[in-house]
Design a protein. Structure first.
Length: 278
């Protein structure tokens, strides 16, 4: 983590851990007081977030969800999350990120007859307890077999949906605009290009994109860039190259947005992502 001289005292405290026994997941703990979080976040992995302290609302696409202690939220890869309001000064939560290939392999092999899949939405207390047990096992340095078994138990529990988020239908023009931004996330895409590509006026496009995706086009493109940057930074790619490959003007431009989105500078994120043991 950066020293107190590098961040104000109310900056988010974010810690990352990639367990040696479970290379397909990453554990993230975050705690902040009086600090505004990034306007939007997303990840290309399954995200399971458990609130430990605090009370506030977030927007998942067009669905508003209240996050309070004990609330467990599951997000599909690519879900957009936008903070709406906070009702408490102190907030802390634990998050587990699961590689989509690993999650798919678990479902395919654990349920060969089909009919079961991981679901997005608000999950019940058993899932929260399963994450807590796994978290404690990793932090306690339990044997690999224990950690692997608890991860399997968690994914099994997370396959049972208790309070689903309603589906977020997307009109074909907005789906095309979203795909174009995903394919050209590192390019300086202009609104007139999107307008020509999907046949909607730029102003209507911005309004509909925000309503259907959960954020305006420029914010979605920035989230895509940061999502890719997190992967490259964790892999040890030099920051100058990360900035160039992800569409940022330079390294300082990348660092500024990266810190806002994750709470830490790219260098600290890279060091934490390479940790192999708690």
């Amino acid at each position: 983590m950066p020293s107190s001289k590098e961040q104000p005292s109310d900056a988010p405290e974010v810690k990352y851990l990639r367990p040696e026994a479970l290379p397909s997941i990453m554990l993230v703990s975050a705690r902040f007081r009086g600090a505004a979080m990034a306007p939007s976040t997303m990840d290309r992995r399954w995200t399971f977030a458990l609130t430990d302290e605090g009370d506030g609302d977030v927007l998942i696409g067009r669905t508003e969800v209240r996050m309070r202690p004990g609330v467990m939220l599951a997000l599909e890869p690519g879900d957009c999350v936008t903070p709406v309001r906070r009702r408490s000064d102190l907030t802390s939560f634990r998050t587990m990120l699961v590689e989509p290939d690993y999650a798919a392999r678990f479902i395919e092999t654990a349920y060969p007859d089909g009919g079961v899949k991981l679901r997005r939405g608000l999950l019940g207390e058993p899932v929260a307890q399963a994450l807590d047990a796994l978290w404690n096992a990793v932090m306690g340095g339990d044997p690999p077999l224990t950690q692997e078994s608890l991860l399997a138990a968690f994914l099994e529990a997370a396959s049972d949906e208790t309070r689903p988020l309603p589906p977020a239908p997307m009109t074909p023009p907005i789906a095309r605009a979203k795909k174009l931004l995903e394919e050209r996330y590192a390019d300086d895409v202009r609104l007139d290009e999107l307008e020509a590509a999907i046949g909607l006026s730029r102003f209507y496009l911005v309004r509909r994109f925000r309503a259907e995706v959960g954020m305006p086009p420029h914010a979605y493109q920035l989230a895509l860039r940061l999502d890719r940057a997190r992967v490259l930074v964790a892999e040890g790619v030099p920051l100058v190259e990360v900035a160039s490959r992800c569409g940022f003007t330079d390294q300082s431009h990348l660092t500024r947005h990266f810190r806002r989105a994750t709470g830490v500078a790219p260098g600290a994120y890279a060091r934490s992502a390479r940790v192999r043991r708690p």
